[in-house]
Write a protein that binds this ligand. Structure first.
Ligand SMILES: Cc1ncc(C[n+]2csc(CCOP(=O)(O)OP(=O)(O)O)c2C)c(N)n1
Length: 325
C-alpha cells in the first residue's frame, strides 16, 4: 500500500523540532531549579515522549481544546503556553496561573483553551468528553484532545468517557502515551492486550498504534483524527509507544528499568531522530540548529530570571478563587 502523504510541511517539521527542543531544555531547567531547592512538589518530566506531546498538540488549531496530563509540558508549549508561565507555576509564584495553589503543570489557561489536569488519573477523560459534547451541541468545529498513560488507561473513567464519546460521535481524540512504565509497574503487569489501541474495536471507533518517538507520524495521525472529528464522524483512540527515559519524577532514579531498554530508546531519541531527518532532507543544517538552540536558551534564561524574582502569593489568597462565581 502506498504511504499516505504527510501533512507536515518543512516549516511544520522545523516547528516540531524547535518545540521538542524547547520542551526538553525547559524541563532541564526545571530539574535544575528543583535540585537547587527552589521548586517544591513533584517534577514529572517527559524525556523521550516529546514527539507524542508536541506532535499531537501542534496539530490543533487555536479554537481546539487541549487536556494535557502530568508529563505533557510539550503539549502546553505547543498549544502556545509561555516558558515564563510554566516556570512561575512550578515556582509557586503569586502571578502564576494557579497563584501558587497547585504545583507542576496542573494549570489551566482558558485564553489558550488549555484545561489542566487534576492528580486523579483518568478523571479528566469525561471532562474532555464533556467539552466535545458541548462543541457538538453548539455546532462548533473545535475538537478536544486528551491524553492518558498506559497505566491510567485501566481506570473506569477511560471506558465511560470513550464509550460515551463513541455513541455520541463526539469530536474527541484520546492519546494513550504508552511509555512502558506506570511509575515502576511495567506493561506486562498492567494489561494482557498486545496493543491498547485494539481497545478501540470494543467502542466501534478507529484505533491507531504508532511510534511515539516519531513526531511526524504523531502529527499526521492526530491531524487525520482531527479531520474525522471535525467532519462529525466521532472519536479516535491513538496509542503512541515510547519509553519514559527518566524516573517517574525527579526523585526517582528508575533503577527498576532494564538498562538495555534505555540504551535501545536512546538510539530512538525523538529529537535526534527528527534532527537527522531535517539534515538529510537539507531543511536544517548545523548553523540553523545552533540558532534555534541559542534563541531558546536565551528565552529560558530570561524567563528563569523573571520567574525566580517574582513574588510569592500572599497567605490570604489561599481562600480566593476556590469556587466558580
Ligand atoms: C487514580 C490515581 N491513581 C494513582 C495515582 C498516582 N500516580 C500518579 S502518576 C502515576 C503513574 C501513572 O502511570 P501512567 O498512567 O502509565 O502514566 P506515566 O506516568 O507513565 O506517564 C501514579 C500511579 C493517581 N494520580 N491517580
Amino acid at each position: 500500500m502506498a504511504k499516505e502523504e504527510s501533512h507536515a510541511s518543512p516549516e511544520i517539521q522545523v516547528e516540531l523540532y524547535r518545540m521538542m527542543q524547547k520542551t526538553r531544555m525547559t524541563e532541564d531547567r526545571i530539574i535544575a531549579l528543583y535540585r537547587q531547592g527552589k521548586i517544591v512538589g513533584g517534577v514529572y518530566t517527559g524525556r523521550g515522549i516529546e514527539a507524542t506531546t508536541v506532535g499531537s498538540a501542534l496539530a490543533l488549531e487555536k479554537e481546539d481544546y487541549l487536556y494535557p496530563i502530568h508529563r505533557d509540558l510539550g503539549a502546553h508549549l505547543a498549544k502556545g503556553q509561555s516558558v515564563l508561565n510554566i516556570l512561575l507555576q512550578y515556582l509557586g509564584r503569586g502571578n502564576s496561573l494557579t497563584k501558587g495553589k497547585d504545583s507542576g503543570i496542573h494549570a489551566s489557561d482558558t485564553s489558550l483553551h488549555i484545561i489542566g489536569n487534576i492528580s486523579h488519573l483518568g478523571s479528566m477523560i469525561p471532562v474532555a468528553v464533556g467539552t466535545a459534547l458541548s462543541m457538538k451541541m453548539q455546532k462548533k468545529k473545535s475538537v478536544a484532545l486528551n491524553y492518558i498513560g498506559e497505566g491510567g488507561s485501566n481506570i473506569g473513567d477511560f471506558h465511560e468517557g470513550l464509550n460515551f464519546a463513541a455513541v455520541q460521535d463526539l469530536p474527541f481524540i484520546l492519546i494513550i502515551e504508552n511509555n512502558q512504565y506506570a511509575y515502576s509497574t511495567p506493561t506486562e503487569k498492567g494489561f494482557r492486550a498486545k496493543r491498547l489501541s485494539d481497545r478501540a474495536i470494543g467502542y466501534g471507533i478507529p484505533g491507531h498504534y504508532i511510534d511515539g518517538t516519531d513526531a511526524i507520524a504523531v502529527y499526521d495521525t492526530v491531524k487525520k483524527a482531527i479531520d474525522r472529528a471535525r467532519a462529525g464522524k466521532g472519536p479516535t483512540l491513538i496509542e503512541t509507544k515510547s519509553l519514559r527515559m527518566v524516573g517517574h519524577s525527579a526523585h526517582d532514579d528508575a533503577s527498576y528499568v532494564d538498562k538495555s531498554l534505555i540504551k535501545k530508546y536512546e538510539r530512538k531519541d525523538p529529537i535526534l531522530k527528527l534532527e537527522k531527518k531535517l539534515k538529510a532532507d537539507e531543511i536544517l543544517d548545523d548553523d540553523g540548529i545552533k540558532k534555534i538552540i541559542d534563541e531558546l536558551q536565551q528565552e529560558i534564561d530570561d524567563a528563569t530570571d523573571k520567574a525566580v524574582n517574582s513574588p510569592l502569593p500572599e497567605p490570604e489568597w489561599a481562600k480566593e478563587g476556590l469556587f466558580a462565581d
